[in-house]
Design a protein around this ligand. Structure first.
Ligand SMILES: Nc1ncnc2c1ncn2[C@@H]1O[C@H](COP(=O)(O)OP(=O)(O)OP(=O)(O)O)[C@@H](O)[C@H]1O
Ligand SMILES: Nc1ncnc2c1ncn2[C@@H]1O[C@H](COP(=O)(O)OP(=O)(O)OP(=O)(O)O)[C@@H](O)[C@H]1O
Ligand SMILES: [Mg+2]
Ligand SMILES: [Mg+2]
Lengths: 256, 256
């Protein structure tokens, strides 16, 4: 598994933030030093890790746009090995402010460079769009993890995402690989989940990760307590599946 | 119910597109002439109504950015009373192209003006972000319908949305009202759904719509056949709830 991973899918509500938080926590539990980077103005990663975005004086916005030093903005979380570069509402304007900056696609990559030695893994959560913030994540990353719900609209958007990855490789980040496609909110009681899974397996064969994340209400409850699932309910199916995902990725060879 | 309604929530995956398609179809079934406007580059409304975005020569992009006449781009759907102004992938670039246009917030409002007399209702589906396309929808609309999942992350984003509505009223559209907040994907088996519903009812009291949309897999299956739920499975709970929603809104007095 590469050190810097972007968790990306422009379709909304497919489990990007839930995957970022809980994969990061599972890796931290396995004694890896992990940084979560929240690039979404909704700041769901920030609140899901128990940090109140309204109480922050500085966020990723101040580092990317106002050149504040990154080590003064990174905060601790309840897990010793897990740190966070938090987001706040200012990011809503960042998409416009970044447009006029020279090298606008490389800003995130540039700000992460000095702290790379401090972490084993850096997970970047993306907003639900193919905007300049998502692009910054794909340029800074060495590989991309694609969460996808087992539903039709999520399936439809996947070709757009792969087109975007091709463009990013061509213009900005030639070494960007695909870590894998992760099925989320899988509900074995419905035919739909099974059909979409089969479609994806036929089409993307070796890019599909073995681990499948089931629909599990404990995963949706945990964020209201500001805790990753392993601190909220370690016995739940949700916690088990993200621990399995961390194990699978730690044993993972690089894919194309 | 006002004629032009934006269906908006920057949180991803809360049921914006599903609500736009199925409310529009239920209104069309009640003999209203309805136009659906798809402003999302994912073009889920377009495919959910059975139109292949790749086969389109023109879309809303060509009308908003290249000044093509709107009546040459609007297409028919399987329901006689329901038309569609389709989206396509070009919209991904539109957010940047619109930034430099004078009066960029009013472009959608301007292109809809000549066709207002042809429709009883115009429903505008928004992308999952507070970008210039969502803003265009909020400026063109007379009221806004806010779908919200009964989950924590969706609850968190609602204050940002109301802040945005305040700014839109102040700078661009003073008469923008809130048609209501619609609970979607409600799962009565989980405590979470009930808790979030109660939080919302305490906080937003009279803005909450009576109709609640249950989680119903038939709603997630219908888009793969390009059909609204009333054509895919009229007997399902999903179809029943959207028909109830249409009834409630048709009898609806304007709210603040
Ligand atoms: N496996 C799961 N089982 C049950 N609920 C889940 C699961 N994964 C995520 N959720 C819930 O589904 C909703 C959407 O997930 P999440 O917010 O992580 O998606 P996202 O892709 O980050 O959304 P956005 O596009 O808005 O950033 C959240 O309320 C979350 O708590
Ligand atoms: N009531 C429901 N029951 C079951 N599934 C639903 C329901 N409403 C929507 N869905 C499914 O949930 C997913 C998200 O819904 P939808 O795409 O309509 O949300 P959205 O807010 O438009 O997403 P985006 O933010 O990406 O535009 C879709 O796969 C849809 O089919
Ligand atoms: Mg998210
Ligand atoms: Mg949508």
């Amino acid at each position: 598994m590469e050190k810097i991973v972007a968790i990306t899918n422009q379709k909304g509500g497919v489990g990007k933030t839930t995957t970022t938080i809980n994969l990061a926590a599972a890796l931290a539990m396995a004694d890896m030093r992990v940084l979560v980077v929240d690039t979404d103005a909704q700041a769901n990663c920030t609140s899901g890790l128990g940090v109140d975005r309204r109480s922050l004086r500085k966020s990723i916005y101040h580092v990317m746009i106002l050149n504040e030093p990154i080590d003064q903005v990174i905060v601790r979380t309840e897990l010793d090995n897990l740190r966070l570069l938090p987001a706040d509402k200012n990011l809503t304007g960042a998409a416009v402010e970044l447009i006029d900056l020279p090298g606008r696609e490389y800003v995130l990559k540039r700000i992460l460079t000095p702290i790379l030695p401090d972490y084993d893994y850096i997970l970047i959560d993306s907003p639900p769009s193919l905007n300049i913030l998502t692009l910054n994540g794909l340029v800074a990353a060495q590989s991309v993890l694609i969460p996808i719900q087992c539903e039709y609209f999520a399936l439809e958007g996947i070709t757009d995402l792969f087109d975007t990855l091709k463009r990013v490789r061509h213009s900005f980040n030639p070494d960007l690989s695909v870590l894998g496609i992760l099925l989320t909110m899988y509900d074995e009681r419905t035919n739909l989940s099974g059909q979409v899974r089969d479609d994806l397996r036929n089409y993307f064969a070796d890019l599909m990760l073995e681990t499948v994340i089931p629909r599990n209400v404990r995963l949706a409850e945990a964020p209201s307590y500001g805790k990753p699932i392993i601190l909220y309910d370690i016995r739940s199916k949700g916690a088990e599946s993200y621990i399995n995902l961390a194990k699978e990725l730690l044993n993972h060879a690089k894919k194309g």
